[in-house]
Design a binder for this molecule. Sequence first.
Ligand code: ADP
Ligand code: ASP
Ligand code: MG
Length: 823
Amino acid sequence: MRVIKFGGSSLANGQRFNTVCDIIEAKSQQAPVAIVVSAPQGVTNHLLAMTEYLHSDSIEQQLEQYQHLVNGIFDQLDNLPRPFNRHHAEQAFASQSQKLKRWLNGAAMLDYCPDHIRAQIICTGERLSVAILEALLNTDQQTIAVFEPELFLRTNESSLDAVADLVLARQLFSEHYSERHRISVMPGFIGVSPSGKTTTLGRNGSDYSAAVLSVCVNAQCCEIWTDVDGVYNADPRLIKDASLLEHLSYQEAMELSYFGAKVLHPKTIGPIAQHHIPCLIKNTLNLAAKGTLISDTSQVTKQVKAISNLDELTMINVSGPGMKGMVGMASRIFACMSNENISLVLISQSSSEYCISFCVYSRDAYRAQQSLQTEFELELLNQLLDPIDMQSNLSIVSLVGDGMHHQRGVAGKLFSSLAQARVNVIAIAQDSSERSISVVIEQRKSTDALKVCHQNFFSKRHTIDVFIVGCGVVGSALLTQIGRQQASLKKQGIDLKVYGIANSKGVVFNRDGICTSEWQTEFSQAVDLKKEFSPLSVSVVKDFVREQHLINPVLVDCTSDSALSRQYVDYLDEGFHVITPNKKANTDSWQYYRQLRDAARKTNRLFLYETNVGAGLPVIDTLQKLFQAGDKLVQFEGVLSGSLSYIFGQLDQGVKFSKATQIAKQNGFTEPDPRDDLSGMDVARKLLIMAREAGMALELEHIKVAPILPDNFDTSGSVDDFMQRLSEVDDYFVDKASSAQQQGKRLRYVGKIVNGECQVSIEAVTSDHPLYAIKDGENALSILSHYYQPIPLVLRGYGAGADVTAAGVFSDILRTQAWKQDI
Ligand code: ADP
Ligand code: ASP
Ligand code: MG
């Protein structure tokens, strides 16, 4: 005989009842089947709510709602081709409703619903499912038998979380049911106490009923049919790329269900493991799926098989000077819990014996505390114990797998993963079977913890969760490049998604990631609709990251805004990496410069700004590594501006200064207002950044800037006015360039660090100088250092335009993928 259990999700509507009947009929052709059913989805919750909201004037209304819900299923069944004996179902439901009404009115009068009445009420949903199956499966050709759990499924006295007495249940079953029908049906969830009262087996308890029935009928297999393909290596509701497990050992399944995998009630495995009955988890909505087989055999191909999380826990700490060396403290604590019928989810004790900590379900926490306070009244009074401490809103995250036994590094990887998701570990427990390792953490962090553990133990995929601020030339080029590369990165195991784009008006988020090829449309639609659109602030981005449980958020600032650059510290503090071509932060005060680095170090996040100097050239990283390895800067000279490289290169060819500037502007080499380049301030900022990298504690005002344009030249007015007037300086530059040429030199706009002094000015350089050949938008940096002398280290390459800068920013973004943070 096979025992087949259908959960509420398999009985959620008429269509699903029909599918269930198809499965039952097909299966019963091969061997007799005993079917265990839950209540239709949602019904137990409704019944439970009725017992909790006891107002006599609302009972009618609640019953009507219930009736409405059930009628909906009956109507759906009426419309199916399969014959449905609605009359039978309605009669059964009507007699249940009468009882419900009586119980609820009685409880409302008392203003209290005793547990044994509550048990009677909440299990009527299972009886309803049985009545519906009878109405669907009883025909002229076949009648189905009904197993009544109250006749045999003996439990303890606990009304709401009963434990079955397997031996007695087996014996009573054989006394009542000797005949085997082709199809028998039993309502799940229900038991009977020694005093004859109805008990329930805890939420989700029909799985457990099926296990007990499997033992009673000596089943060849216990099948649990639900709404997923089987047991996944993590809760598939939380982890989208969780993978299906084809096989689990009993112990693994037990640990997983105990530590929160809702697909199985935690007590299900005990009985079937004891009697070596294989258990198959199948999907009612996808018959073709193979499912998960739980059996005696253990496949230890993987160290860690799955991760689970259990929420709504409270940790109770009993501590104090009186604990040390006191024999019997633990037994008194646990006796209290056992007297109160409170189950302990996890226990941990410090080896100093100063403190015993344990987790209970939050619903039991208050009772636990009260009973401990009574038990230890004297010790508390004499301050041998500290006040009983409780910490609520906690979760347990557990790694489970037979293969973890004797494997080194699993715990280490778990803790580094948690650190990566900035999750603080409150307590740890591992039993000596080493089949599971559990950590207690704050509940609000449990999805983050699951995600990062799944990523590091199973999917091996790296996520990069990007927020781009500024969609001007660099920002748009970056989005285009990301769009082009996304698929190929995915193949390399990198999930790079842009979750938010912001400009000065506000920020647009998309939970699934913004489509990078359509971002403009998405952005403007959001602006028009004012939906998903709000002004940018650290808190809105942070809230989005929290809600979506993003574990590797990266803020990319493609603006030149100084207000945003002042918020980098806040973003770092909130766990973002910060990446930017914006030079404002690094040229702000020395104090802020230090503060930024301290924040990055403290939070173990990356602050990357490779494109601050030399666009896409590998300048900053190279320098940092060199200086870390003990090198020291002796002298620096560089052409640091792509636009000025172009303009001065044109002067070599005899092109007039105004013409060269105009072409540079047209080609997009200059800032929209070329005065920003010609003022020399952009180069001064870059030079300051170089100097600071070399360890010089300078401020921007310490950089001596010799302007490019002669002092008496009027730079006021609009961009057009300025451009028109620019030809006035052409002769000045012709003179300067030709006198340089006469000495075999060329004019370059050079940033220089010599003897601790920084200066930016026009220089005439000789043909053997590294900057002599630099033109057409090229950048060049000549670094003379202790290691690189007398021949300097020269970095040289194209340094103008949005594409190279965006590419540099992109490569900084990719540097965040392998980042493992240990807070
Ligand atoms: P039923 O109504 O069939 O009893 P449940 O809702 O009680 O179904 O249990 C099935 C649900 O358990 C799935 O829909 C899934 O969301 C959840 N679940 C949690 N953890 C896991 C896991 N590790 N593997 C599969 N399902 C899981
Ligand atoms: N109907 C009960 C519940 O919702 C039992 C079950 O579904 O297993 O908890
Ligand atoms: Mg269930």
